[in-house]
Write a protein that binds this ligand. Structure first.
Ligand code: TYD
Ligand code: MG
Length: 454
């Protein structure tokens, strides 16, 4: 018999190599390469094709552009992130840390989906009894919901072929196992083959499938990144587990934008969508305290107000500590350098921390000014006026740069009762803002901005 060939595969990015590395040459992560037995060519990913079922080229004018069929989930926040609902025949992954609420959201949408669709919920993680108890607590009683506790992917596929449900959920893809492969469940090879198998039935029967994918924390299981190119949409469920807000975000979506987010609140009866995220993000905001500043970010088409907190304190010894939560660490360091060099605010021997409240992760440049204001406010120990908000990008020369969606941001601030808005002067020059009861203060430098706020 020929000897099986072993290869090393990165569980983070799927990089393959005949030899082992401590640091993956593909993605730069440490200790993610694990040994796997090279897979035989997949049965599912390369189905046998004969002359009849071979695809033919079609004239572009003859291709129908009818809207895809979409199923609503009962959560408009989830529908929004999906681009308008679950597309028939699509393959979606919901990913996130353990305990964030992946199983909960899938079970919850079964009640609404089950009104018109037959649902197959495959669980490799929990027993039927556990799922039943949870469903009862979540108010899910649909007669169209079928639970299959199974980890053998071929059995699952067979079940889908014979029962023909309208939608399939797999919780989780890492527990699924293709018995003909010798590698263990959760390995890159297994996870890929199982996903390919699901994709094949999803596409051929036009049954949409939603997979739960665990985030790979220690390299022990293959993360959703190795599946990103196979599936149609990848959603991440984020948020601080200690806090109740959950943010759903698409990092890939063949059927919609990847900018939209959905906001949920985890309570005793499962997840509830948050219809007014700005209000939620600002609830519990401290008043008359230095080191906090409100900004308005655009998440897709929707403006959301967010509170940024900054803290600058004397460093114990050695290198000062820097930490950013919900904001890019390197961007924070860059802003600190700009504040020091261009505006004369010295942070270099201070410990500095930045935190975005509520579990949001902000990567829009317009957040810069609020981060700078929160830090300077802490540095000077001067609170920022509580009825004021700021937005604007900071350039390397310390200049404040033009920001998009000025009108939408201001309207949202006004809706939540803010009285003044500090923004780059350029924003006002280009196009006057209409219908505005808020005082708009255009500023040209970081220092001017702080003076207007303090
Ligand atoms: P779960 O959906 O099981 O997480 P995942 O599938 O992403 O691992 O979420 C479970 C967490 O949510 C758990 O810590 C308990 C909490 N939870 C609630 O607070 N309320 C509820 O109604 C449910 C079902 C779970
Ligand atoms: Mg789960």
């Amino acid at each position: 018999a020929s000897k099986a060939k072993n290869i090393y595969i990165c569980s983070e990015c799927g990089f393959e190599s005949p030899k082992w590395y401590g640091k993956c040459p593909g993605c730069g992560q440490w200790n993610t390469l694990t040994e796997e037995i090279q897979a035989a060519p997949s049965k599912f990913s390369a189905p046998v094709r004969n002359a009849e079922n071979r695809a033919k080229a079609v004239a572009i004018n003859e291709i129908s552009t009818d809207e895809e069929i979409r199923y609503h989930t009962g959560f408009s926040e989830l529908d929004r992130v999906l681009g308008g609902g679950i597309v028939k025949g699509s393959l979606t992954i919901i990913s996130g840390d353990p305990g964030i609420g992946k199983s909960t959201i899938l079970l919850q949408i079964c009640e609404y989906l089950g009104r018109s669709l037959k649902i197959l919920y495959v669980s490799g993680e929990e027993s039927g009894r556990q799922i039943k108890l949870r469903a009862a607590r979540l108010g899910v009683h649909s007669e169209n919901l079928y639970i299959l506790t199974e980890t053998d992917i071929q059995a699952v596929i067979e079940h889908i072929r014979t029962e023909k449900p309208d939608i399939v959920m797999i919780d989780s893809i890492q527990t699924m196992n293709y018995t003909e492969l010798s590698s263990s469940p959760g390995s890159v090879t297994q996870v890929r083959e199982c996903t390919n198998a699901i994709m094949h039935v999803a596409k051929s029967f036009e049954i949409p499938a939603i997979l739960v994918g665990h985030v790979n924390k220690d390299g022990a299981i293959a993360g959703p990144k190795v599946l990103e190119h196979i599936v149609d949409a990848v959603l991440y469920f984020e948020g601080d587990r200690q806090m109740t807000y959950r943010i759903l975000r698409a990092v890939k979506n063949r059927f919609g934008s990847t900018n939209e987010i959905g906001v949920f609140d985890m309570g005793e009866n499962g997840l509830q969508q948050v219809d007014n995220p700005s209000m939620a993000m600002l609830s519990g905001r401290p008043v008359h305290v230095s080191g906090t500043c409100v900004t308005c970010v655009m998440e897709g088409t929707r403006p959301i107000l967010a509170e940024i907190q900054g803290l600058a304190t004397t460093s114990g010894f050695g290198n000062p500590r820097r930490m950013a939560t919900g904001f890019d660490y390197n961007r924070m360091n860059l802003l600190l350098a700009v504040l020091e060099k261009r505006a004369g605010f010295y942070f270099s021997n201070l410990d500095t921390y930045v935190n975005v409240v509520g579990g949001l992760r902000l990567d829009e440049p317009a957040v810069d000014l609020a981060v700078a204001m929160a830090l300077i406010s802490s540095l000077k120990d001067v609170p920022i006026k509580e009825d004021a908000l700021v937005f604007g990008e900071i350039g390397l020369a310390g200049e404040l740069r033009m920001t998009s969606h000025v009108q939408a941001r201001i309207s949202e601030a006004q809706r939540l009762g803010f009285r003044r808005c500090i923004l780059p002067a350029n924003c006002l020059k280009k196009r006057p803002v209409s219908d505005c009861e808020i005082e708009l203060i255009g500023v040209n430098t970081v220092r001017e901005a702080f003076e207007a706020l303090a």
